[in-house]
Design a binder for this molecule. Structure first.
Ligand SMILES: [Zn+2]
Length: 154
């Protein structure tokens, strides 16, 4: 279902999200993933994080071509393992903010994440990948949403 996108300063956007747990209901998670997908694909955006549709759980969605070349992806329970000292400075926008902001971010990151709730329930290992350039920036923007952090510094 397409959900309204919360706008700053909604407190849900500024609240750190909880990781998905093995004990979470599959039905609840499926609804969240579907809502995130439907909402992101109803607008022009690169990705969308669960808090932006009102859910403080550690999930975000990135459209095809921005993180993976040939498919879209859900990122669940992401962890930043390492980030480069080298940074880049680029203007970013956000669906939850009216204005764009100049944002400095690491150029390369090494991250872990799940992409399927089934993996968490079955205790499979998360993916571990290194991202460079724009995909790293996209990942970090959405990751910040899960920490309750927005590009306006709030
Ligand atoms: Zn955003």
């Amino acid at each position: 279902m397409i959900k309204p996108i919360l706008q700053y300063p909604d407190p849900i956007l500024l609240t750190p999200s909880k990781p998905l747990e093995k004990t979470d209901s599959i039905d609840t998670i499926n609804v969240l993933l579907t809502d995130l997908y439907d909402t992101a694909n109803s607008i022009e955006c690169v990705g969308l994080a669960a808090p932006q549709i009102g859910i403080n759980l550690q999930v975000f969605y990135i459209k095809k071509g921005f993180l993976r070349k040939n498919s879209d992806i859900f990122i669940i329970n992401p962890i930043i393992i390492n980030e480069s000292r080298e940074h880049s400075i680029i203007q970013e926008g956000c669906q939850s903010l009216d204005e764009v902001y100049i944002k400095e971010r690491p150029t390369n990151i090494n991250v872990k994440y799940y992409t399927d709730f089934y993996d968490i329930r079955a205790s499979f290992k998360p993916f571990n990948i290194t991202l460079t350039g724009f995909p790293a920036r996209v990942f970090l923007h959405e990751f910040d949403h899960l920490q309750g952090v927005l590009i306006n510094g709030q």
